[in-house]
Design a protein. Sequence first.
Lengths: 114, 207
Amino acid sequence: MSSFGEYLNKLRTEQRVGVRELGRAVDVTGMHISNMEKGKSLPSPELIVKLANALNVDVDEMSHMANHIAPEVKDVIQNQPKTVPNFLRSAKDLSAEQWEVLQKQLDAMVKDTK
Amino acid sequence: MSIVWPAISNQQIEEQASNFRQEALSFLNMEQTSEVPVEQIAEMYLGYELDFVEGIDGYPDDVIGGIDFDTNTILVNSAIESHIGRYSFTIAHEIAHHVLHREEFYRQSHTKKIMCRGVIKRPVEELQADRFAEALLMPAEIVIQHYNKVKSKNFLKPINQFALATRVIESSGLKNVSTSAMVVRLNHLKLASKGSIYRKIYKLFFS
């Protein structure tokens, strides 16, 4: 099992959702779900969103487990091709606490602009 | 050497299936409000992995499911996944092999590695597993309760077996069973027998 496969299987098992049942909820076959859990295939970005919604988990967390970047985040990077990578390079050594401070400042900034 | 399967009466199978379902649902902390969750029972109660395959090596093409006790795997022919009734019945049938036949399978010398569910050949162990599967998926008390709700009130106008089965499925919420499986169940519970006195009277006077 791949790490994503294990992650998906764990979520599904914890929530007592059948393999076919989950497949039907996200418009794929149970075989596809089974293949992802065995590491034979990976989900598309669109499927990650559906899986995250069906299993009530954060899309970013699931995207991370599948080595994907959420389409919305990708759009932000592509719309700011220099600024965002520069910002991330500068911020790469920040501690968790510093990220939290930064997030609060960002939230306040977003609130002010609304 | 082929395995000699001990005889089990239908009544014993019904009791085993009923007890097994109650234990499984209790373990899963699930209530039986509608259909019996056979996927969850196979995976999360018995610990089997469901493996979707396009065929099983060394077995005929008509094989639609199988159980591998050594690897704790239930094999499901991917062609039946779109048909909820056949899919659920196949899993229930493989669960039946686990409950009824696993110990005997290991006790007696065997060369087969996998027990498979086919369509054409129906040896005794397959018939036993079919009976267990129907009893697991269609609890007698629920079928009888809903049969009494939907049966024809006019004994001179009995309902066609398929129409009756459809009504029982809709009324009971047992949506993961096929109409033909419910027809068999109704007959085994003597609720829609071809030889019922009402049907005989109807045929005598109106056919």
